[in-house]
Design a protein around this ligand. Structure first.
Ligand code: XIL
Length: 319
């Protein structure tokens, strides 16, 4: 797939979210990844809860191994993620912020985290989600009141963006969000957040649109809506990554394949849509498997049990 993309749109990356476990243990998975993708997003390995189990303690081994494996095959790496409500270690969530003095200490601890982590990976990341899922869950348009918010207030994305820039001026900075893939209040809020941050001295290069399709009946993305979306961000001078696309085949592999192709083709036709990433490689390790390891929604990704799915063929043809 990446070889086709290189011809269709030089510089454009086809990526996948990847976990070290199957990459190290399953030759099929490794072959699918290496044979087709030109970029990885560590699925969990770079989340704060995995990088810093205790304050001042860092566990970089898994992320380093994943990045080394990707780079040895010529793949670029998208870092995921710095400020993310859902994936913080206990110590970070529990930093006290009741008094001015507390907030100063919390600010120092959070900034130390950013500086240490971004400094550690400096030079190895092409891009990075500096803020992930900033808004209230269930389509909210207000910032989640997480530790970053309680410490730095409404302007926390600016603080994070600046700290990332200080530690690695070359990494492209993104704010990644779900439910902002189509025009609407959530998308408007994301645009405003990024513009406002940059207007006050931030270094955000663009947005990640996750494009998780949970249900083709209710959240299919039409080419028209996505085109309008890409134009909106382009007009604001912002790049877009399709960052976590996956599509269940609950309405049949035909509709699934069409949805995959629609998103990729629309992205490819807009120069500011800089990359396309699926959230996983093979259904057998899909993030939406239940406790018994059964996929909740039939086929979802481009491979299943080591074999390309109809969605793979649709993506191949789209390229
Ligand atoms: C998911 C991973 O895929 C799972 O393995 C993990 O248990 C939970 O997180 N949006 C994001 C990703 O930005 O970080 C999430 O990843 C999926 C939704």
């Amino acid at each position: 797939l990446q070889a086709l993309a290189d011809r269709t749109r030089p510089g454009f990356r086809i990526g996948a979210a990847v976990a070290l476990g199957p990459l190290a243990a399953d030759p099929d998975y490794a072959q699918e990844l290496v044979g087709d993708f030109g970029a990885i997003t560590p699925e969990n390995a770079m989340k704060p809860q995995n990088l810093s189990p205790q304050q001042g303690v860092y566990t970089f081994e898994e992320a380093d191994a994943l990045i080394a494996a990707a780079q040895s095959k010529g793949m670029t790496v998208h870092g995921h993620t710095i400020a993310f409500t859902e994936a913080m270690p206990r110590w970070m969530q529990d930093l006290p912020t009741g008094s001015e003095q507390d907030r100063r200490a919390s600010a120092a601890a959070l900034l130390d985290y950013v500086t240490t982590v971004v400094g550690h990976f400096k030079g190895r990341l092409a891009s990075l989600d500096v803020v992930n899922e900033p808004f209230d869950v269930d389509q909210g348009t207000e910032l989640q009141e997480n530790i970053w918010y309680r410490t730095f207030g409404l302007g926390y994305p600016l603080v994070v963006s600046r700290a990332v820039h200080d530690a690695d001026p070359d990494v492209k900075q993104f704010v990644n969000e779900n439910g902002a893939d189509v025009p609407g209040d959530r998308q408007a809020a994301l645009l405003e957040l990024v513009r406002d941050t940059n207007a006050r001295g931030g270094h955000l290069d663009g947005v990640g649109l996750q494009a998780h399709i949970y249900d083709l009946d209710t959240d299919a993305i039409s080419p028209e809506d996505l085109t309008e979306t890409l134009d909106t961000f382009a007009a604001a001078g912002l790049d877009v990554r399709i960052s976590e696309n996956d599509v269940p085949d609950s309405r049949g592999t035909q509709l699934q394949a069409e949805q995959y192709a629609d998103v990729l083709i629309t992205c490819l036709s807009t120069p500011t849509c800089v990359s396309y990433t699926t959230w996983g490689v093979d259904d057998r390790y899909d993030w939406s498997v239940d406790e018994d390891g059964k996929l909740q929604q039939g086929h979802d990704l481009l491979f299943d049990e080591g074999r390309p799915t109809p969605a793979y063929e649709a993506i191949r043809q789209a390229l």
